[in-house]
Design a protein around this ligand. Structure first.
Ligand code: ADP
Length: 239
């Protein structure tokens, strides 16, 4: 199917928002002529008050919402022109981590991660060798047979990170991943995201946590009222 997508290529940046605006059906303008690009292997934090447009920006990236005007390119593919039936293939290249974990409560940590591989059509042998390996990487190998109710918030977020990276996405989007965590778990989850980034995966993090952004020392995009008001190459959080 990528043959059709290749026809839409027009540059080599990993993510490119070209003058993107988004107005919801009720008339709310969530994004107002936003332009930026993110290169392969970058670690970028997106900060801003509630309602600034961070979630909308992320939804446009994986095709959950469509831009009203402008172009959103992922690996040079114009997302607006990807057909509905081709979106799952695109989304497999993007791993998403949510604040509220979104794990299946009737499956163990192992099964939650394995399920993502099953959906992607991976073979049983690959699943049984990769899942313990990735759970080890996030420091949860010893609890892989626990159900979500038997895990702490920090541990649940580790499972959700393992699930996001198991199919080797090009990019990880972490939407307020430490919003429900205490400072120690916050620190550890951010260290895991840094490790994933060091291994070559692009990471986009949305957060309200000033300490996290400043300790990362990476690029920070600040949003306000649907616009980018600052794009700082080395972490500074000032709203
Ligand atoms: P953030 O993630 O920074 O809190 P959002 O992208 O969620 O910001 O929201 C940006 C603006 O768009 C807000 O004014 C919000 O109320 C509005 N908005 C978000 N989703 C919808 C929607 N589905 N319909 C109408 N307005 C929306």
């Amino acid at each position: 199917m990528f043959a059709t997508l290749f026809a839409l290529r027009y540059n080599a940046r990993m993510i490119y928002f070209d003058n993107v605006s988004k107005t919801y059906i009720d008339g709310t303008m969530a994004l107002d002529k936003v332009s930026f690009s993110i290169g392969q292997g970058e670690f970028v934090s997106i900060v801003g008050h509630s309602g600034a447009g961070k979630t909308t920006l992320i939804k446009l990236l994986f095709g959950e919402e469509r831009a009203t005007s402008g172009a959103v390119l992922f690996d040079s593919i114009d997302i607006k022109r990807v057909k509905e039936r081709d979106l799952p293939t695109l989304r497999r290249r993007i791993g998403v981590i949510f604040q509220d974990f979104r794990l299946l409560s009737n499956k163990t940590a192992y099964e939650n991660v394995a399920f993502a591989m099953e959906i992607a059509g991976k073979a049983d042998e690959e699943i049984s060798s990769d899942v313990p390996h990735v759970l080890d990487l996030v420091g949860l190998g010893h609890k892989m047979w626990n159900f979500p109710r038997q895990l702490s918030g920090g541990e649940l977020q580790r499972v959700s990170i393992a699930r996001a990276i198991i199919n080797h996405p090009d990019i990880i989007i972490a939407d307020e991943p430490t919003g429900n965590l205490d400072p120690i778990n916050t620190y550890e989850i951010i260290q895991i995201l840094k490790k994933i980034n060091d291994l070559g995966t692009t990471v986009i993090l949305t957060t309200h946590n000033k300490g996290v952004v400043e300790s990362l020392g990476k690029r920070v995009i600040t949003m306000d009222h649907g616009q980018i008001i600052r794009d700082n190459p080395v972490g500074e959080y000032s709203l």
